[in-house]
Design a protein. Structure first.
Length: 370
């Protein structure tokens, strides 16, 4: 029994610490996942709680795991583990059955699991957690209660500060496909021999007021007495998906600028702001000023946003505004606004609005390559 307790403590402790850590590395990504859940379950009015809940959850997970593993306030840690598992195990079962979101986000973007994989993972963790909970009365503290609470309090403070650091200055470990050093075009390639998504497509036609579904093999393509109504495609089998599969940039006039941006010789800067109105006037003003500096110094500058055309027009100032999918922009950089420095389509640098280098750094960097 003692050996089983030790094994259970190690597995539960490390799992919870890892889960909390990768979420704290990317708190905004965890907030996006909460937001997805709220939308999936028609709880959009909780949207404003997404970020606080994300930080609260990752802190609770990490500290609970630390307590179980280190045996500092171990009983308290086990109680937190049991409570969290009692909430999330039934939830992941519902997610596995209904699949409203494809990835639960339990390990952030560091490790993606399907909803069924997450559920069975939780069943295993629950089993070990029950072992610990059943034997909690046999556990003895290694230190005085006051010392243990001091250690836990300091841990909570430091871990919370770590989350806010990553929130302000971008994740210290980038698990996203748009990492520094990545050539974007290379991550968009579909390798030879890999399976693509498989869909079952049916066509709905109408004749004499009666609608009928046809397969691709027998639809009335040349029969003018049938009138096409609709087409339905159902994903039957998920195939390979390139790490970057939705990078499409269009100008305000609708021109596709994706190839131009990725093949542009020299340096260019992408100012990424998923929603202009959410970025704040001061941050946008600083970004526009930086954009004018880039133009003067021969650096391409593009403002990527998912804001509507009417909103974009209210910000027009001579700079190049472009349209992109909001999810793509969230994936590119966890900041609003955030900045990517490209050279021949390769990401050379990546910053949030809070740690964008001074203009002279860009001037020196771009001049060195000439």
């Amino acid at each position: 029994m003692k050996t089983l307790n030790i094994v259970a403590g190690i597995i539960v402790g490390l799992t919870f610490m890892f889960s909390g850590f990768v979420k704290a590395v990317d708190p905004l990504g965890s907030a996006y996942k909460f937001h997805d859940y709220f939308q999936a379950f028609d709880l959009g009015f909780f949207k404003s709680l997404s970020l606080p809940l994300a930080i609260l959850l990752c802190t609770a997970e990490f500290i609970a795991g630390f307590a179980v593993l280190s045996r500092i306030r171990q009983k308290t840690g086990i109680w937190v583990v049991i409570i969290l598992m009692a909430i999330f195990t039934p939830l992941t079962f519902i997610l596995a059955l209904t699949n409203p979101v494809s990835d639960c986000g339990c390990f952030g973007d560091a490790l993606h699991l399907t909803n069924w994989q997450t559920f069975w993972k939780n069943i295993i963790i629950v089993s070990f957690a029950i072992v610990l909970f059943s034997n909690r009365k046999l556990m003895k503290s290694n230190f005085k209660s006051s010392v243990e609470w001091l250690v836990i309090s300091i841990g909570i403070l430091l871990f919370t500060l770590f989350s806010f650091y990553n929130l302000r200055y971008l994740p210290v470990i980038d698990f996203l496909p748009y990492k520094t050093g990545v050539r974007i075009a290379d991550k968009m390639i579909m390798p030879e021999g890999v399976a693509a998504d498989e869909y079952h497509t049916t066509f709905i036609y109408e004749k004499d007021g009666i609608q009928k579904e046809f397969e691709l093999s027998n639809y009335p393509a040349n029969d003018t007495t049938w009138h096409f109504i609709d087409q339905k495609s159902v994903l039957m089998k998920k195939g390979y998906q390139p790490p970057i599969h939705d990078f499409v940039i269009t100008s305000a006039t609708g021109d596709d600028l994706t190839h131009k941006i990725l093949s542009e010789k020299g340096y260019s800067v992408l100012m990424v702001t998923k929603k202009l109105a959410e970025a704040g006037e001061e941050r946008l003003s600083d970004g526009f000023e930086f954009g004018r500096f880039c133009i003067v110094n021969g650096i391409g500058f593009y403002i990527l946003t998912s804001s509507g055309s009417d909103e974009v027009k209210s910000y027009e100032n001579g700079l190049q505004f472009c349209s992109a999918d909001e999810t793509t922009l969230k994936t590119m950089v966890r900041s609003n606004p955030g900045y990517l420095l490209l050279s021949d389509g390769t990401i050379i640098g990546k910053w949030s609005w809070a740690n964008l280098p001074a203009n002279d750094w860009f001037e020196k960097t771009t001049n060195e390559s000439k």
